[in-house]
Design a binder for this molecule. Structure first.
Ligand code: NAG
Ligand code: NAG
Ligand code: NAG
Ligand code: NAG
Ligand code: NAG
Ligand code: NAG
Ligand code: NAG
Ligand code: NAG
Ligand code: NAG
Ligand code: NAG
Length: 780
């Protein structure tokens, strides 16, 4: 692996040390990234980040607002900051390394030359384990050991602020402290049923309207919410009113050098006082209960109160006073924080470890317009656990198992990625895993699970078909059934007849977590894109699981969408594609290709389900169309020849990423000569950081570049991968992994997409591992 070396010069006066970054320094470092609402990061890129250091800058929610999270370590009466930017302490640890894997962010630090620290943030990705996937929970483990061979007197401190519990920082927060000691274990369920909803009883009527109005521009309305929060706290603050709930521990605290006596879990519970189910402010959830937990030992002290009071208490005393502030108040009024201090005692060469855990507990996750109208879908974790504390205790005690499962998962991603695209490819896939899965919400029941995707940052829509499409390679690679759990709600809503059009819907709701449909037909129309996506993804799932029953179950509506493709795909009307920011255009070569591949996919679906006449007819139409398409959309006179952005536009070119569907489904519809042509062409149009999406702009999208790389020659594939890995390490962008960037500057192209699940598309090369070798399936 390559190791980038970065000197920090911008923060003269503060010293964070010199950190190396392995395999590279990402634009933003994932800290707690497990769900749309458990998504806290550390900005690193030069557009506003601090270069990749945990200390000296507040962590933020993906959208930019501060989620206060502090770490201090006191060594022989001297306190060093290892996380966050409290202005009450100006001495910092030296960070020496940051490493990311698919599930972990690992910071290595040194406090004053006396103590070595390893802080590990673990957000698990468990594609085969619905129970663990359903918990929007995340770990932070702190290991400490003497750095100089001498024993040191050590105390550890960490807190979170109430900024986690709502994006409306004027809202009142409430909190409490508790301890539990139970043995919690999840309820067990058999495998999910193969038919995922009572299709027999559901209404089956389809929309039939075919005309639609072209909307010419789409807002991506996310003003930067960068950096407000504790960094800008009011100068005056009112004193908290500490009211002891427990007497301070009577005896001297015991040392916990790795062998403290466990007595359950201690937790701070924090929440928005007025719960607003299914509401968001600044993208954060306005409902749910947050828990900040650790082991309940005799060396633990705790305190809630104003930031300056709680942190000040630790800075003065090295411990907290076990009191609770009961002056429930706005999040930004004398910022309430929730602290833990651990008296490690005498620290020598034995490693002392303390595990902390953050968890979000919501009962209901999604409002969904299903077969029988709008219903409330419970969060899936509520099926497994009876209470918030049972879930949190189970998760805490699961750390060893979760950590070892995570290491196995990390190794799988690393070795498969290395085999497919080398070390640079590992840098991409391992950063993408948490982000892609972090857009998912697991709902309903273990027997009938539905997974909902948030179109994070671009529009905030629920279950956007053309965002699931770029996400879907990671599901195909890791567990294709997850894709079915995402497609199900789209089928259910449209088969119930709520959507009035013949072609597929774009999304199930304008604002996550509401999947309440678009019964008025007022949606972001991308008719060709979504019909092609639905047919291609449904077949991709069914091929890999041999679930032809699923194809039969949904045959009628798939056929309806295919009829639309037959009418519209060859000569596409003026419309937008998934790259809506690039504007509408008629005769888009790449969009037509998606539609034609969709028709051939439908031919295979027909054959797999015994619709023999349709199978013959659709096969013939697709082959006819693909011949014509080659005469319309390719500039054979150019040197080298290449596909055009739109038919007959000789000076234009395009990333022909929709060709990936032909390879993924093993259709062999498109001649190998087209693959070879594009593979030869791309190297002639690389800019410093990649190949532009098309000739209209200098920007590109790395998900689509990897779709192209996956089906290119080895040398072209390597060029895409090494160029994008290089970009990822040097881009000035500072939010979570953007997919859209300028190929010359490496920066945002005026649109700051961030943290989008489409980075699942970086797994396109790995999704091809399971591609069928033959495209012909004869009716049985
Ligand atoms: C820390 O401070 C306390 C109180 O001032 C003192 O008793 C103790 O010796 C100091 N410890 C070290 C290692 O300096
Ligand atoms: C950090 O490292 C620098 C350079 O080695 C050193 O001068 C400084 O004292 C260290 N700071 C801390 C807090 O350890
Ligand atoms: C938590 O720890 C405290 C102090 O050791 C102890 O008094 C209390 O009983 C513990 N709580 C539980 C539930 O075990
Ligand atoms: C919010 O959800 C909770 C949990 O399902 C429920 O008990 C409560 O009544 C809901 N609140 C409103 C206002 O619907
Ligand atoms: C979802 O719908 C509810 C009404 O049922 C509304 O209160 C809430 O604000 C909506 N959420 C979003 C994110 O728009
Ligand atoms: C904490 O320190 C303050 C002075 O800094 C002192 O007045 C107070 O007694 C100490 N509290 C405890 C519990 O040690
Ligand atoms: C689209 O392409 C077809 C076939 O080349 C052509 O006949 C038609 O005029 C084109 N439409 C537009 C709007 O350019
Ligand atoms: C093939 O499908 C098209 C589109 O539905 C239809 O118009 C045509 O009649 C079909 N041909 C045959 C032979 O079924
Ligand atoms: C041809 O492509 C260019 C971008 O390269 C675009 O600006 C132009 O509008 C296109 N021309 C036509 C006639 O569509
Ligand atoms: C479907 O089956 C027919 C024979 O009935 C065959 O000619 C055709 O190639 C098959 N199409 C696909 C896509 O498998």
């Amino acid at each position: 692996m390559s190791t980038a070396f970065l000197l920090l010069s911008a923060f003269a006066g503060l010293c964070y040390g010199q950190s190396t970054f392995t395999p590279l320094r990402p634009p933003s470092l994932p800290l707690a990234v497990k769900s749309p609402y458990m998504s806290t990061w550390q900005h690193a890129g030069s557009d506003g980040g601090n270069g990749g250091y945990l200390a000296g800058q507040w962590p933020t929610f993906w959208n930019g607002q501060v989620t206060g999270w502090t770490g201090f370590i006191r060594v022989d009466n001297v306190t060093y900051t290892w996380m966050g930017a409290s202005d009450q302490n100006s001495l910092f640890v030296n960070q020496t390394n940051y490493e990311y894997t698919s599930t972990k962010s690992i910071f290595t630090m040194n406090a004053g030359g006396f103590v070595d620290m390893t802080v590990t943030f673990l957000s698990t990705v468990t594609p085969d384990d619905l129970m663990r996937s359903s918990l929007p929970f995340s770990y932070m483990n702190v290991d400490m050991t003497s750095a100089d061979g001498s024993d040191h007197d050590v105390q550890l401190y960490t807190d979170i602020s109430a900024e986690w519990v709502s994006g409306d920082h004027a809202a009142n927060a409430q909190w409490s402290y508790g301890t539990i000691q139970e043995e919690a274990s999840p309820r067990h369920f058999g495998p999910a049923a193969s038919a995922t909803w009572p299709a027999a009883h559901a209404p089956k009527s389809y929309g039939t309207k075919t005309d639609y109005t072209l909307t010419t521009s789409y807002a991506h309305p996310f003003p930067p919410a960068h950096g407000y929060g504790q960094g800008h706290k009011p100068t005056h603050f009112h004193k908290a009113h500490p009211q002891p709930t427990h007497k301070p521990h009577g005896s001297a605290r015991q040392h916990n050098s790795g062998s403290s006596q466990a007595s359950g879990i201690a937790y701070h519970e924090v929440y928005r006082q007025q719960q607003l189910n299914f509401s968001e402010t600044n993208q954060q959830a306005d409902w749910g209960y947050w828990y900040w937990a650790t082991e309940n030992t005799t060396s633990l002290s705790h305190q809630s109160g104003a930031d300056v009071d709680v942190r000040g208490q630790f800075l003065d005393n090295g411990s907290l006073d076990d009191t609770a502030d009961t002056d429930y108040r706005p999040i930004n009024d004398a910022f309430p924080v929730f602290g833990f201090a651990v008296d490690v005692g005498s620290l020598g060469s034995d490693t002392s470890s303390t595990l902390f855990q953050l968890s979000l507990h919501q009962q209901d996750c999604i409002q969904f317009e299903g077969a029988n109208g709008i219903e409330t879908l419970p969060c899936l974790w509520t099926s497994y656990f009876d209470s918030n504390t049972a879930a949190l205790e189970y998760f805490y005690n699961d750390y060893d198992t979760a950590s070892s499962m995570a290491s196995t998962f990390d190794s799988q991603i690393s070795s498969d990625s290395a085999a497919s695209g080398g070390d640079d490819y590992i840098s991409l896939t391992s950063l993408a895993a948490r982000q892609a899965f972090g857009a998912l919400e697991y709902t309903n029941t273990p027997e009938v699970p539905y997974i909902f995707l948030k179109e994070i940052s671009s529009d905030g829509n629920t279950q956007t078909v053309d965002v699931i499409f770029p996400f879907h390679p990671i599901a195909i690679y890791l567990n294709p059934t997850l894709l079915k759990y995402m497609l199900d709600p789209l089928f259910i809503n449209q088969e119930a007849g709520y959507w009035p059009y013949q072609f597929s819907i774009h999304d199930l709701g304008s604002s996550f977590p509401n999947a309440t449909g678009h019964n008025d037909g007022n949606d972001e129309m991308q008719p060709l894109e979504e019909c092609g996506d639905m047919i291609i993804m449904t077949l991709a799932y069914a091929q890999r699981t041999n679930d032809d029953a699923y194809l039969a179950q949904h045959y009628d509506i798939l056929r309806q969408w295919n009829e639309y493709l037959i009418e519209e795909a060859l000569i596409p009307a003026n419309q937008i594609s998934t790259d809506d920011f690039a504007g509408a255009l008629a005769n888009q070569t790449n969009l037509a290709l998606k539609g034609i591949i969709g028709i051939e996919a439908m031919a295979q679906i027909a054959n797999r389900t015994g619709h023999t006449a349709d199978g013959i007819n659709y096969t013939s139409i697709a082959h006819n169309y693909i011949s014509l398409w080659q005469t319309y959309g390719i500039n054979y006179d150019a040197n080298p020849p290449h596909a055009e952005l739109n038919y007959g536009n000789a000076s234009s070119y395009v990333l022909l990423y929709n060709l990936f569907g032909d390879a993924e489904l093993g259709l062999n519809l498109v001649p190998q000569s087209v693959y070879d042509m594009q593979s030869n062409f791309y190297p002639t149009v690389f800019n410093a950081y990649g190949v532009p999406l098309d000739t209209r702009h200098k920007y590109t999208k790395n998900d689509w570049e990897l779709f192209c790389a996956a089906i290119a020659s080895t040398s072209t594939k390597d060029q895409f991968i090494s160029t994008i890995a290089n970009w990822l390490g040097v881009t000035p962008t500072n939010f979570a992994f953007t997919d859209l960037y300028d190929t010359i500057t490496g920066d945002y192209p005026g649109i700051t997409f961030r943290n989008r699940p489409v980075v699942g598309g970086l797994y396109a090369p790995l999704a091809l591992n399971s591609a069928p070798s033959s495209g012909i399936v004869l009716p049985s």
